[in-house]
Each structure stands twice: as C-alpha cells, then as structure tokens.
Design a binder for this molecule. Sequence first.
Ligand SMILES: NC(=O)c1ccc[n+]([C@@H]2O[C@H](COP(=O)([O-])OP(=O)(O)OC[C@H]3O[C@@H](n4cnc5c(N)ncnc54)[C@H](OP(=O)(O)O)[C@@H]3O)[C@@H](O)[C@H]2O)c1
Length: 249
Amino acid sequence: MLLQDRVALVTGASRGIGAATARLLAAQGAAVGVNYANNREAGQSVVDQITEAGGRAVLVQADVTVPEQVQQMIDTVRSEFGEIDTAVLNAGMNFPVKPFVESQWADFERKLVGEVKSAFHLCQALVPSMIQNHKGSIVVISSTLSRHSDMGFIPHCTTKSGLDAFVRSLATELGPEGVRVNTIAPGLTDTDATSFIPEDVKTAMGNALPMRRIATPDDIAGAVLMMVSDYAGYVTGSYTPVAGGGLMI
Ligand SMILES: NC(=O)c1ccc[n+]([C@@H]2O[C@H](COP(=O)([O-])OP(=O)(O)OC[C@H]3O[C@@H](n4cnc5c(N)ncnc54)[C@H](OP(=O)(O)O)[C@@H]3O)[C@@H](O)[C@H]2O)c1
C-alpha cells in the first residue's frame, strides 16, 4: 500500500483517466474524493467499484470552473475523510478540433479560462492546509501537446502550456513548504474524449510510437501513482510524458 492514510481528490474521476486514477489511488490505500460534473451514474459506478474492492471513496459533484462548487466539494471530502493531502487536477474542458481560422473565441476561452481557473481555485482551497501540515502532493494532468502541436489543437496546446507554467511556478513557491507539484502529460489515450478518432486511425497512430500502441487510462494512472507516492518525494516541478515514447525530453 503506497498511499496508506492518504486522502486524495481526483477531479473528473467519473470517466477515462480520472476514473482509472481514482481506482488505483484507492487500491493503494488512499481515501478518494471522486469528482464528476454531470454524469452522476458514471461517478457512482467508480465509487462502487472502489468500495466493492475494499477501498474508501466519496462521490462529489462539482463543476471545477465554479469556485463555490470547488469549495463545497473540498469541504465534503474533508468532512468525510479528513484533510486532503493528495490532489489530481485531471478534469479537462472539451473543445472543437478545428483549424484556427474557423475557431471561435468562446470555445478557446472555455478551454483556456476553464482549466486555468479551476487549477487556481482548487490550489487556493487546498494549499493552505498542505502548507500548515508541511505535506502535500499535487499532480496536474497536462498533455504532450503542451510541448508539441497538432492540427486543430491550438486551444488544447495553449491551455496545457499555461498549466505547465502554473505547475513550475507553484512548485517553486511550495517546495520550501514540503508540498510537491508535478505535471503528468499523457499522449493519445483511449477515452471518451478521443472517441471521435476512428479506431483504425488510433491503431495507426499507436503503431507510429516506439511502444506500438496508444495509452490506456490505466497507463496514465500508474504514472500519477508513481508521482504522488513518497518514493517520488524529491520530485517537484517535473514534466513527465506518458506517451509510449511519443515525446522524449
Ligand atoms: N484522452 C487523451 O488522449 C488525453 C491526452 C492528453 C491529455 N488528456 C487530458 O487528460 C484529462 C482527462 O481526459 P480524459 O480523456 O480522461 O477525459 P474524458 O474521458 O472525456 O473524461 C472527462 C472527465 O472530466 C469530467 N469533467 C468535464 N468537465 C468538468 C468540469 N467542468 N468539472 C468537473 N469535471 C469535469 C467529466 O465528468 P462527467 O462524466 O460528469 O462529464 C469526466 O469525468 C484532461 O485534462 C485531458 O485534457 C487526455
């Protein structure tokens, strides 16, 4: 058990990478707040899977772009399990993949402001107690597209680059306080968010990678576990691609 006595919050944990991460952190001993925005049934199913496996979890609804809902979510997890010492900022905003000249600012803004705003408010609510306890680990889910680019992905690339800078800056401020902040950057991962890509295209994209396949949500969850565990206790401000060799830095 790598996370015995830990209390974790995973945002966007009803599906995809967040769901796999919540299940894995719980399997390693953490009590987990499982956040969702709209899909209560999917969130409840993750909580049920965790509890049926002998773990501890609480379902918490919140739109992470709304500060009041973020605070309510954190209060619920705290009252259920105690102080949160592990946070995975995973929830990402959808955006239409299209050429820049056809892009609308409203779509760009929802992605950019939504993800940066949620990181700001989540960390503002979580960090003071981490500083007080001199203990905390925050992981932000970025993307390999923060370091390179793809057609139609400008809002995603721009947003995730901003989050990478947020992580480095926060890690610098919080290092002396015993709080670690790191980036996990998935490559193409098989989730609902990528279901618009035809299967044969995904297979071809996987075959172009050194590891000859795209990622599963469990691949990303494993890297998050590694990063939040005490074995990574001297790692902060880092950027770790989890991309089957698709990005080497
Ligand atoms: N999949 C990839 O290829 C890939 C690659 C690189 C990076 N990423 C990043 O990995 C993260 C997870 O992606 P995914 O592919 O696992 O997504 P996904 O399968 O589409 O799941 C999205 C999750 O985020 C939640 N969510 C969406 N908006 C939210 C909001 N405003 N407040 C709270 N929760 C919200 C959803 O909740 P509901 O179920 O309630 O809607 C759901 O749990 C994102 O940050 C994404 O940018 C993904």
